[in-house]
Design a protein around this ligand. Structure first.
Ligand code: NAG
Ligand code: NAG
Ligand code: NAG
Ligand code: NAG
Ligand code: NAG
Ligand code: NAG
Length: 424
């Protein structure tokens, strides 16, 4: 316990920020989740989307101009590299993208330094192609893609929307519960993009005290979160991420049986740490995907690895800040940090699932962004974010837009280009 104590302080401090960031939003489940999904099905007009998809089942590939895949693919780890100066800057601004949320519109909220936009990711042994909205939309023509996770997953999809809107403005066809469930549709490309909110990916129930949420969760290890699972059969791309909600008091259940806890410190309950709980959650969701009978044969499951926060000089609520204006070098990051442990656990579970799943024809890919983002303490809103009720605290968790978070989509394009089946 004493050995863990300093960790706990960091973990819990990091964790608590999410209760403030996220629980202040209106209750997402005032309408029952079931009802929400029915809405979701009716609003998006499955009939027309299906018809459109059918039409595009065998796309005419002759007019699709895609770059050939890199020659020495196996030698290049896209995610091992460093940031180098690049004066081309960002691919959109707060005027060319209308959908930047206030909380990530750093320039509007007073950020003055702009140099943090002038860097690009350079993998050691190859190049990462710059995002191209046309190419991306050609790859995903007729497909459905969902981002499944917490507010950092939302940040990722918001960046993708800005990047894609430079080519085509999507139709906003579904919005539910304060942005937690969203669907956009790109008519020219018959592409459906979804954001499906899930804090833990597996099923979780918040313990109630006197009729209000306690911030303590029961995690149901043998059940995935229905709210994405019900959509899974429709999807061609499912991008999973999680982690920031695991830094809090949690009880772990299998069936009705309490099998352990995280941070509960009760003598009769087996104590696990948050990494172990994260492992159990990822193992469960990947198993669910490998066992999925009604999923599409071509489903590509992607893991987006843990995104580090960068509080310096304190925790989020004790004056921690993130006011750097340029990236760190390779040598300056600490892979002994808990961020890297969480990332490695996710990757281990991913590799295990991939090995089992690929024998059955399942397809997996990884957006292993942790290392690159450990080098970007300059990418967060810090004091420059719009939510007035958090005044006095810094947001060193989410990411400015535009900003280095856009690189998650440069990676995404490259991964689906090579895994997507269009390039043979
Ligand atoms: C859904 O789309 C189909 C085909 O385009 C159309 O016939 C039908 O009227 C639409 N339904 C609704 C509820 O919009
Ligand atoms: C964009 O950022 C500038 C500062 O760089 C700010 O003055 C302006 O209000 C912002 N515009 C929008 C639409 O957010
Ligand atoms: C719940 O309400 C009861 C009665 O009002 C009160 O005594 C108790 O302290 C409350 N518990 C918590 C955790 O707030
Ligand atoms: C463990 O002990 C606590 C208090 O000592 C009690 O409230 C709880 O019900 C016990 N849990 C189990 C699973 O026995
Ligand atoms: C969590 O527990 C595992 C297994 O005991 C251990 O290897 C790991 O270092 C622990 N992580 C932390 C952050 O304490
Ligand atoms: C960042 O903020 C800290 C604490 O307010 C301050 O001491 C430091 O000088 C700032 N650094 C820069 C580069 O502004």
């Amino acid at each position: 316990m004493s050995r863990l104590a300093p960790f706990l302080v960091t973990f819990l401090a990091t964790a608590t920020i999410f209760s403030l960031f996220l629980l202040y939003s209106p209750n997402p489940f005032l309408i029952s989740p079931k009802q929400g999904l029915n809405d979701l099905n009716s609003v998006q007009n499955q009939t027309s989307i299906r018809a459109a998809q059918k039409e595009h089942q065998a796309p005419d590939r002759t007019n699709i101009k895609l770059l050939p895949p890199p020659k020495k693919e196996e030698e290049c780890d896209l995610f091992k590299g460093h940031w180098i100066p690049d004066l081309r800057g960002a691919m959109y601004t707060n005027s060319s993208c209308a959908t930047i949320p206030e909380s990530k519109n750093c320039f509007r909220n007073g950020r003055r330094d702009r140099d943090f936009l002038n860097w690009r990711w350079k993998p050691e042994k190859c190049e990462l192609p710059r995002f191209d909205p046309k190419t991306f939309l050609e790859i995903v023509r007729g497909k459905k893609m969902a981002f499944i996770g917490d507010s950092v997953a939302r940040n990722h999809v918001e960046s993708l929307l800005c990047l894609l809107s430079q080519e085509e403005n999507p139709k906003d066809i579904y919005k539910y519960s304060d942005d937690r469930f969203r669907i956009w549709y790109f008519p020219q490309y018959d592409f459906t993009l979804m954001k499906l909110w899930s804090k833990y990916l597996i099923a979780a129930e918040e313990r109630m005290v006197n009729g209000s949420g306690s911030g303590v969760f029961d995690l149901l290890l043998d059940k995935v979160d229905d709210k994405w699972a019900e959509q899974l059969p429709e999807l061609d791309y499912a991008i999973f991420s999680a982690g920031h909600w695991f830094f809090r008091l949690m009880y772990l259940l299998e069936g009705d049986k309490l099998t352990g806890c995280v941070y509960c410190n009760e003598p009769n309950v087996t104590e696990y740490n948050n990494s172990q709980a994260l492992r159990m959650a990822f193992r469960a969701i990947f198993k669910y995907i490998n066992d999925c009978k009604n999923c599409k044969g071509g489903l590509l499951t992607l893991l987006r690895t843990f995104a580090p926060a960068h509080f310096e000089g304190g925790a989020w609520n004790t004056g921690g800040y993130c006011n750097r204006t340029s990236p760190l070098s390779k040598g300056e990051i600490d892979l002994g940090r808990f961020d890297w442990e969480l990332r490695s656990i996710q990757v281990e579970e991913f590799e295990r699932a991939k090995k089992e799943g690929e024998m059955e024809g399942r397809r997996f890919g990884v957006l292993d962004i942790t290392r690159a983002m450990l080098m970007r303490p300059d990418g967060h809103p810090g004091v420059h974010w719009g939510n007035k009720w958090m005044k006095g605290y810094n947001d060193c968790v989410h990411w400015c837009m535009p900003g280095p978070v856009d690189y998650w989509n440069h990676f995404l394009m490259e991964i689906i280009r090579n895994e997507g089946g269009l390039v043979s």
